[in-house]
Design a protein around this ligand. Structure first.
Ligand SMILES: [Zn+2]
Length: 393
């Protein structure tokens, strides 16, 4: 999602679009033909090792146009996408079956495959989709390739853009982020804020999916029932669980980055590699899987939002952040529920607060005196489940 050369970020702008009613069926038909053509191309490219554009073109172009009825520019986009898919499959040493596209989506090259004109998106071949809404913050930057997706009855166009990477400010201090299963704790020596995680809520949907799956995989139900409606419900619950995590990760990271930017702080988070590894060793449960997903998505969004907003980010070693004294470095001892105390200097605090102070300390020493004078940031206490949409950065 964010690649790009030095000094540039690639981001996607989401545009809700809607076909003219009389064209909806034709566009869906085009998307289906594209999907079938893509699956055909992936297999042909792998079988014939046709991984270059010119070889793929010779092998597929005529078929894609004649058998699948794709407009020429869309046919080119199709084998281009098939090459990318084939290459990444071939690169994967643990590859399973040849990948198959299931959803309805289509690559479009800018100007050749699609064009934004007034309130419409025009696709090659005379299709028009009305623009319902989009994020206008990046209007000034040129559009690049795009992907048209049909999902849950809605059409969305994801347009890729390159924008200059903002320069990072010199931080006045550190905002540490500590994550555990129940909450994220954000803070430093002067402030602290807690945000609940949605693991329980997501787990609820995941369990619903499993229950349905268990019930209808029994042979008492006929094949039709097992295949159709129930399958769709199961997929819906699974996707719902994933979406809950994704939404939360995006909003929480937005809150974190806004707080940091507002007070010109660097964001420090723990390196999650070890954490994810240790979770992987736990018995495989839905909870573990969701917690892992939550960690990874939050780290992803925090890093991305930091890049986009010019917020410096530091990744620190997580070893012992919640068991050593942030004041003197001694090993802490238990002092009640989730509380720890230092036997040497007497410092006592909540486990999560200790983690925050240690992460802050490690980040500060990593920055090594590049700080300007520290100021106490103004952070208001936010109701974790109803923080609302923070202002756009
Ligand atoms: Zn101590």
């Amino acid at each position: 999602m964010f690649t790009g050369g030095e000094g540039e970020l690639t981001l996607t702008v989401m545009m809700r679009v809607s076909p003219e009613p009389e064209q909806e069926e034709a566009i869906l038909d085009l998307l289906r033909r594209y999907r079938d053509a893509l699956n055909y191309s992936i297999r042909a490219i792998i079988a014939n090792k046709a991984l270059s554009l010119s070889r793929a073109h010779r092998l597929l172009y005529k078929d894609l146009k004649e058998r699948y009825g794709l407009p020429s520019k869309i046919a080119q986009g199709c084998y281009r996408e098939a090459i990318t898919t084939a290459k990444s499959w071939l690169r994967n040493p643990r590859r399973g079956a040849v990948p198959t596209a299931k959803g309805l989506s289509m690559w479009l090259e800018h100007e050749k495959g699609y064009r934004v004109k007034g309130n419409y998106v025009e696709l090659i071949g005379g299709y028009r989709l009305r623009i319902i809404g989009w994020d206008r913050r990046y209007d000034d930057f040129p559009s690049r390739e795009a992907r048209l997706v049909f999902r849950d009855g809605e059409f969305t166009l994801y347009i890729y853009k390159r924008v200059p990477r903002p320069t990072k400010y010199v931080p006045k201090g550190v905002l540490a982020v500590d994550i555990n299963e129940r909450q994220i704790v954000v803070g430093n020596t002067s402030v602290e804020q807690r945000i609940e995680t949605p693991i329980e809520r997501a787990l609820h949907y995941k369990r619903l999916a499993e229950r349905l799956q268990g019930k209808y995989s029994s042979t008492r139900y006929n094949a039709w029932l097992r295949r159709s409606g129930i399958r769709r419900r199961i997929r819906y619950f699974r996707r719902k669980a994933r979406n809950i995590i994704e939404d939360w990760a995006r909003k929480a990271s937005h809150t974190i980055i806004s707080l940091a930017k507002q007070s010109q702080l660097a964001v420090a988070r723990e390196d999650l590699t070890g954490l994810v590894e240790s979770l992987r060793r736990l018995p495989k449960g839905h909870r573990t899987a969701l917690v892992m997903l939550g960690y990874r998505r939050l780290a992803f969004w925090v890093d991305w939002q930091a890049e986009k907003n010019g917020v410096p980010i530091l990744v620190v070693d997580p070893a012992g952040t919640s068991s050593t004294c942030p004041r003197c470095g001694s090993e802490l001892v238990e002092a009640g529920h989730r509380r720890l105390r230092c036997p040497r200097c007497g410092f006592e605090a909540d486990r999560d607060t200790i983690a925050i102070l240690n992460i802050e300390g490690r980040a500060l020493s990593k920055m090594g005196g590049t700080l300007t004078s520290p100021t106490a940031p103004q952070v208001t206490d936010v109701n974790p489940n109803r923080w609302g949409e923070p202002p756009h950065l």
